[in-house]
Ligand binder design. Structure first.
Ligand code: URA
Length: 439
């Protein structure tokens, strides 16, 4: 182990602050790829196991933010974004960025790939043929000036330190750490040069933060850090026990997103998009209340203006105009489809008490929806269409989920899926996603 990593880890293990110069050298070594993956993993494991102080978290975030370009804007339109800590079926960004753009907000969104069991916006968008998420700062700036939004992956130019840390965390079980998540998310968002930010902090069995207390701690850490960097920030803590919306899996989530952009689709998804967008429009002073903001977002989904921005964004990011047009009318004919679709049927009748999103995520990952190592290749076509939701009534023999797969479902996976559906004899209320707001 190098002296640098040894000094940093000793400080972390003893609960002391890391030397600012050492931390800066570490971030530089990550950003310019001179530190080995093994050395970075040792540091990540130390922070994951022992945590980091508020001061170190802020220093880490600032260092990661400045590890690449920081965008600046002279536009009269406000610049804003949202970020989620990661969920199952969490496709909100794909609809939210164009919907906000249609409301006159500029959204230079930097998004991530799948992390652990959770899906990533970039992997989802890359299931659209030709969609290019590798934008440099200049391209991001000109797209946002022209169209109002873009969705890009971190690259060598923007937050490069997070790019590598994120990829290593994904495969070293070091994701669920408050300082690491704070620095990862807030550094990327701060590099976008934002005025306002809404954070969706997921909470529940299929979230990195499983209890409300942990979610509050993470939300507080991120809101404090982002506000400290001059970004008006609020966090919405939302329930992540049930899969979000109707589709889970990279290409399948594109299909659902297009449905919603066309004014249809799952109510759960529409509500989440509207809630996040509404809060941002209110934070920016473009809506008198969050509720008014929600209505503005819903209007863009119904009047075609969000769909138009999405089409323009696809074309600007490499999709041919003909493919973009077809994507908006028949997305199922554009994205890759799985060879097999297996419907599972309820074994008894009842009211749906819950569908375990974590079980779905793990099985989808085993079938290629997520990675298990840094070189892992995603199969965009696999996933689920969830036909029923919490609170619905179901009769024995009725299908509740359609599994899209290219490899046979094992007996254990089928058993696991049946176990994911919990039924009650008494009526059950539909899910309420919003648990708490942290400002
Ligand atoms: N999303 C990110 O960008 N980083 C994390 O650490 C978790 C979710």
């Amino acid at each position: 182990m190098s002296n640098l990593i040894a000094r940093l880890c000793t400080a972390i293990e003893n609960g002391q602050s890391m030397e600012p110069q050492d931390l800066a050298s570490f971030i530089e070594g990550v950003a310019n790829r001179t530190l080995s993956i093994e050395a970075i993993t040792v540091w990540l494991k130390a922070v994951h196991a022992h945590g980091a102080s508020v001061e170190d978290t802020v220093a880490l975030t600032k260092g990661m933010m400045h590890s690449g370009a920081v965008l600046s804007w002279d536009s009269h339109r406000p610049v804003a974004d949202k970020h989620s800590t990661g969920g199952v079926g969490d496709k909100m960004s794909i609809m939210l960025a164009p919907a906000l753009a249609a409301c006159g907000v500029e959204v230079p969104m930097l998004a991530g790939r799948g992390l652990g069991h959770t899906g990533g916006t970039i992997d989802k968008l890359e299931s659209i043929p030709g969609f290019n998420c590798a934008l440099n700062p200049k391209q991001m700036q000109s797209m946002v000036n022209e169209i109002g939004c873009c969705i890009a992956a971190q690259n060598e130019a923007i937050a490069p330190a997070d790019g590598l840390l994120y990829a290593i965390r994904d495969v070293t079980s070091t994701v669920d750490s408050i300082p690491l998540i704070t620095a990862s998310i807030v550094s990327k968002k701060a590099a976008e040069g934002l005025k306002a930010l809404v954070l969706d902090v997921k909470c529940g069995r299929a979230a990195f933060m499983q209890t409300e207390q942990q979610a509050i701690e993470l939300a507080t850490s991120m809101v404090r850090t982002a506000n400290g960097l001059g970004i008006q920030t609020m966090a919405q803590i939302t329930d992540m026990n049930e899969p979000i919306g109707s589709h889970v899996g990279n290409a399948l989530e594109i299909i659902e997103s297009v449905e919603v952009l066309n004014g249809r689709g799952s109510k759960d998804t529409v509500n989440l998009v509207a809630m996040q967008g509404g809060a941002l429009l209110h934070l920016l002073g473009k809506a008198e209340s969050s509720e008014d903001g929600e209505q503005m977002i819903v209007n863009t989904l119904h009047d075609g203006t969000a769909a138009k921005r999405f089409e323009l964004m696809c074309i600007a990011q490499g999709v041919t105009p003909a493919t973009a047009k077809k994507l908006l009318s028949t997305p199922e004919n554009v994205v890759q489809r799985a060879e097999q679709v297996t419907e599972l049927k309820a074994k008894s009748s009842g009211h749906i008490e819950g569908i375990d999103a974590m079980v779905l995520a793990e099985i989808a990952r085993e079938h290629g929806a997520g990675r298990f190592d840094i070189e892992g290749i995603i199969d965009p076509s696999v996933g689920f269409v969830v036909l029923k939701a919490k609170g619905d009534e179901i009769l024995q023999g009725q299908p509740w989920i359609a599994v899209h797969h290219n490899q046979p479902l094992t007996i254990d996976q089928e058993k696991g899926l049946h176990g994911a559906l919990r039924l009650s004899t008494a009526p059950v209320k539909p899910i309420v996603r919003l648990l708490k707001v942290i400002q």
